[in-house]
Design a protein around this ligand. Structure first.
Ligand SMILES: *Cc1c(COP(=O)(O)O)cnc(C)c1O
Length: 709
C-alpha cells in the first residue's frame, strides 16, 4: 500500500533523512532527534511549537544551508538518522518471546483517543495518554501491534477562559498538513475510502496514518464528500453528548475500524480494546468467524479467547448505554449475519442490574472479551464489585476481571536535563533497562546539590514558560491586566510550589483547598515560608459543574488576598504538562475515592523527583511507601468529606511539607527534601513505567490469546 508523504520543498538531499524523522513520532521521545530540529533554527522551532512537520515546511533554503555545511551538525545528523534506521529495522524477538515467530498474531489496539503530541489533538485526558504511552512502549518492546482510532479534524477545544472565569471553548481546526499524518492510499493511488459494513444509511471513512516508532495508527475520518452531511460530522469531535451521533461514532470506530484493517490486508488475530468505545469491533470478529463456517457460539468462544478489554471507568455515568430502539434501528441488518435473533443480540449488552436501561457497551465488552482488566489493584476491586451481577454464580473475588496497573512511558516523561544527570551516574544503557528497580537505586550516587540544581532549573523554566504565556496573551489579545496576574505572572521560583492539573471533572475536586479560604490565605501569605499553587486543566465543553469549579479557581487566582500565589494556566495540554509535571515541588491529587481508577500524572511527576501529596486512591495505594511523599485517607463518609479532606491537606502542608522544604543547610541545599526526591524516584520509576505495564499485558493476556489463535 503506497502512502504519500508530505513534501518539504527546500530540504536538501544531504539532509533528506529529516523527512522520515519528522514523519515518525519516534523523534518525540528521543532528545537527540529533537535537538536536530532545534539546531536548524531555534526561533522557527519555538514558533512551530516544537512541531518538526510545520517547521520543515516553513524553513527557507538558507536555513538548511548552514546545517548542510556544518560538520558538527552533520555528525549529529548522521548518528541520529542511523539510530532511527536501526530502530525501525529491528526484527529481533519481541517481549512475547516464544511467540516471536508468529507473524499472524498481530494485535489490533482500539482506542477512541490517543495522547501523543500536541500537534495531534486527539485526546481529552488520561485515557488518551495511557493509549499513547502504551503504543510508544509497544514500539520500544517490538510488540507486533497496530492501532486504530479517530481523526478528529476539529480536535478538542482550545481552552479560553473569559474575564469572569467561565471557560469558553475556542475550537481549533487541525492543520492536517502541519502534523505528522499521512494519507493511506488505495491501489490506484487515491486516498482510500472504505464503507462501514451493514450499516444504514451507508457510511464511509477515509484513513490517515500516524507512525509511532514501529507501531502504526490508522485514523478514521468521516469528513469526506461521499458521506451525507450528517455523516461527515461523525468524527468531527471527541465525545459528543448527542447519543445517536455517539452510537454512530462507535459503530464507525469498531465496525469501520475492523473493516479498514481487513481492506488494508492487516491480519490481526487479537483485539485489545482500550475502554468500551470500540467494542462493536467484537461483533465484526464474530461475523468473520461465522462467515467462515462457525456457528455463533463457536465464534463467540473464539473471539472471547483472543480479545482483551481494559476498563478505565469506575464512574457509573461514564459508561455508554444506547437505547434499544436506537440499536434496533442501526443493527437490524446486522444481527442476522451473526446467526442470532433480535433478542439474543440485544441481550449481549444487557446489564442484569438494570435490564431496561439499554445496550451497555461495558457489559457487552465484559461479556464478549474473555480477558478483562482494570487499571490498578484498587480499581480491580471496584470493577469486580460494579459488575458482579454479570457473574451471579461467582463470589466477588472470583469475578474474572484482573488488573494491570497503569504506567507512563519513561523516555517521554523523563525531563531531558534529568535524563542527562542520570546518564552520568547510572552507567551506560540504563534507559534500556529502566523497568529494573535496581537501576534506580543508583540515584543515591547523585550528589544532593546536583539533583537540587537540576530541579531548580526545571522550576525556573516552568515559571518562565508561564510568564511568557501571560505576556503573550496580554500583548496579543489585549486582556485586562488583572487577568494577566491570574495566569501566574507573580509566581516566585523560590517559593514552595504545588501543582494540580487534570480534567476539571467534579470528582477530581480541583477546588478542594478553597474549602478553608482563611487557612489558605495564611498559608500563601506566610512571610518567610510561603506556598504557591499552579492549576491547569479543561472542563468538558458540556460539563457546567466542572466549569463552575474552574471559575472558583480562577477567581481565587485574581483575589488580591491570595497575593498572586494561585495561578490558573489556560489550555492544559501535552506541551504544558511537560513543564508542569517536572517543574513543581509537589504534585497534588485529591479526587473522591474510588473514582480515580489509576491516575498517571502523579507518576510522571515522581519519575522526575516530584513527590505526591495524594489521597489514597488509584495508583497511590500501590505507590506510597511512607517515605516517598504524603498520603491521606478517610473511612467512607458523607457530606463533610470535602471539609475533612481539605483539613488533612492543610495539616500535612503546614506540619510536614513546609518545614521540610524550607530546612536548608548553609549552602542552601535542603538535604532532607532531596532525600525525599530520591526516595520518590527510586520507589516509583520502574514500577510505574509503561514498560512494566506492557510486559504485564504481554504475560497475562497477549501470550494466552496467542496460544488460542
Ligand atoms: C498525563 C496527562 C493526563 C492524564 O492525567 P491523569 O493523572 O491520568 O488524569 C491528562 N492530560 C495531560 C496533558 C497529561 O499529560
Amino acid at each position: 500500500m503506497a502512502e504519500n508523504k508530505p513534501y518539504f520543498p527546500h530540504l536538501p538531499q544531504r539532509l533528506e533523512g529529516l523527512e522520515d524523522l519528522a514523519e515518525n513520532l519516534w523523534w518525540s521521545w528521543h532528545p537527540a532527534a529533537r535537538m536536530l530540529f532545534k539546531m536548524l533554527n531555534r526561533q522557527a522551532w519555538k514558533e512551530s511549537i516544537h512541531n518538526p512537520d510545520k517547521m520543515l515546511k516553513e524553513l527557507a533554503p538558507e536555513d538548511f544551508l548552514d546545517a548542510e555545511n556544518d560538520a558538527n551538525y552533520l555528525r549529529h545528523y548522521d548518528l541520529v538518522i542511523s539510530q532511527f534506521k536501526n530502530y525501525m529495522a529491528f526484527r529481533g524477538c519481541n517481549v512475547l518471546d516464544a511467540e516471536c515467530a508468529l507473524d499472524q498474531g498481530v494485535i489490533a489496539y482500539f482506542s477512541a483517543e490517543y495522547g501523543l503530541h500536541h500537534s495531534l489533538p486527539f485526546y481529552a485526558g488520561g485515557l488518551g495518554f495511557l493509549a499513547g504511552d502504551f503504543l510508544k512502549e509497544c514500539s520500544d518492546l517490538n510488540v507486533p501491534l497496530v492501532a486504530v482510532g479517530f481523526m478528529y479534524p476539529e480536535g478538542y477545544v482550545k481552552q479560553r477562559v473569559n474575564e469572569s472565569g467561565w471557560q469558553e471553548g475556542a475550537e481549533e481546526k487541525l492543520e492536517r498538513e502541519a502534523a505528522p499524518i499521512s494519507k493511506v492510499l488505495d491501489s490506484k493511488g487515491n486516498h482510500i475510502v472504505v464503507q462501514v459494513p451493514l450499516i444504514n444509511p451507508p457510511t464511509f471513512v477515509t484513513v490517515w496514518r500516524v507512525d509511532v516508532g514501529r507501531v502504526p495508527i490508522y485514523l478514521l475520518d468521516t469528513d469526506i464528500e461521499i458521506n451525507e452531511p450528517w455523516n461527515r460530522g461523525i468524527s468531527a469531535r471527541l465525545y459528543t453528548g448527542d447519543i445517536e451521533l455517539r452510537l454512530r461514532q462507535e459503530i464507525v470506530l469498531g465496525i469501520g475500524g475492523s473493516e479498514v484493517l481487513e481492506k488494508l490486508g492487516i491480519k490481526h488475530s487479537i483485539v485489545h480494546l482500550n475502554e468500551g468505545h470500540a467494542a462493536f469491533s467484537l461483533l465484526e470478529r464474530i461475523r468473520d468467524h461465522v462467515l467462515q463456517g462457525m456457528n455463533f457460539d463457536q465464534a463467540l468462544q473464539q473471539v472471547s479467547n483472543t480479545s482483551i478489554f481494559t476498563t478505565h471507568t469506575p464512574v457509573i455515568a461514564g459508561h455508554d448505554i444506547f437505547p434499544f430502539a436506537l440499536m434496533e434501528r442501526y443493527f437490524h441488518d446486522y444481527w442476522p449475519s451473526l446467526g442470532i435473533d433480535h433478542d439474543s443480540f440485544l441481550q449481549l449488552g444487557v446489564n442484569p442490574e438494570e435490564p431496561e436501561a439499554g445496550f451497555n457497551m461495558t457489559c457487552f465488552a465484559l461479556k464478549v472479551a474473555g480477558n478483562r482488566n482494570a487499571v490498578s489493584n484498587k480499581h480491580g476491586e471496584t470493577a469486580r464489585r460494579m459488575w458482579r451481577s454479570l457473574w451471579p454464580d461467582l463470589p466477588e473475588e472470583k469475578i474474572p476481571i484482573d488488573h494491570v496497573t497503569n504506567g507512563v512511558h519513561v523516555p517521554t516523561w523523563i525531563e531531558p536535563k534529568m535524563e542527562l544527570l542520570f546518564n552520568r551516574y547510572f552507567g551506560t544503557d540504563w534507559l534500556d533497562d529502566h523497568d529494573n528497580p535496581l537501576v534506580w537505586e543508583m540515584i543515591e550516587e547523585i550528589p544532593d546539590d546536583e539533583l537540587w540544581k537540576t530541579h531548580m532549573w526545571l522550576k525556573i523554566k516552568l515559571i518562565n514558560v508561564i510568564r511568557e504565556q501571560s505576556r503573550q496573551r496580554w500583548s496579543e489579545d489585549k486582556i485586562n491586566p488583572s487577568v494577566v496576574i491570574t495566569g501566574g505572572t507573580l509566581l516566585d521560583p523560590s517559593v514552595l510550589t504545588l501543582g494540580f492539573a487534570r480534567r476539571f471533572a467534579t470528582y477530581k475536586r480541583a477546588n478542594l483547598i478553597l474549602q478553608d479560604y482563611e487557612r489558605l490565605k495564611i498559608l500563601v501569605n506566610n512571610r518567610w515560608r510561603p506556598v504557591q499553587f499552579v492549576f491547569a486543566g479543561k472542563a468538558h465543553p458540556a460539563d457546567n459543574p466542572g466549569k463552575a469549579i474552574l471559575q472558583k479557581i480562577y477567581n481565587a487566582s485574581r483575589d488580591p488576598q491570595l497575593a498572586g500565589r494561585i495561578a490558573f494556566v489556560e489550555d492544559y495540554g501535552e506541551q504544558f504538562a511537560q513543564y508542569l509535571v517536572h517543574g513543581v515541588d509537589v504534585w497534588l491529587n485529591n479526587p473522591v475515592p474510588p473514582m480515580e481508577a489509576s491516575g498517571t500524572s502523579g507518576m510522571k511527576a515522581s519519575l522526575n523527583g516530584v513527590p505526591n501529596l495524594s489521597i489514597m486512591d488509584g495508583w497511590w495505594l500501590e505507590g506510597y511507601n511512607g517515605k516517598n511523599g504524603w498520603a491521606f485517607a478517610h473511612e467512607e463518609r458523607d457530606g463533610d468529606r470535602d471539609k475533612a479532606d481539605s483539613e488533612m491537606i492543610f495539616t500535612i502542608i503546614e506540619k510536614d511539607i513546609v518545614p521540610l522544604y524550607y530546612r536548608t543547610s548553609e549552602n542552601g541545599i535542603p538535604h532532607d527534601w532531596v532525600k525525599l526526591m530520591k526516595a520518590t524516584i527510586k520507589s516509583t520509576a520502574a514500577q510505574f513505567s509503561a514498560r512494566r505495564m506492557v510486559k504485564e499485558y504481554a504475560a497475562k493476556f497477549y501470550s494466552r490469546a496467542l496460544r488460542n489463535i
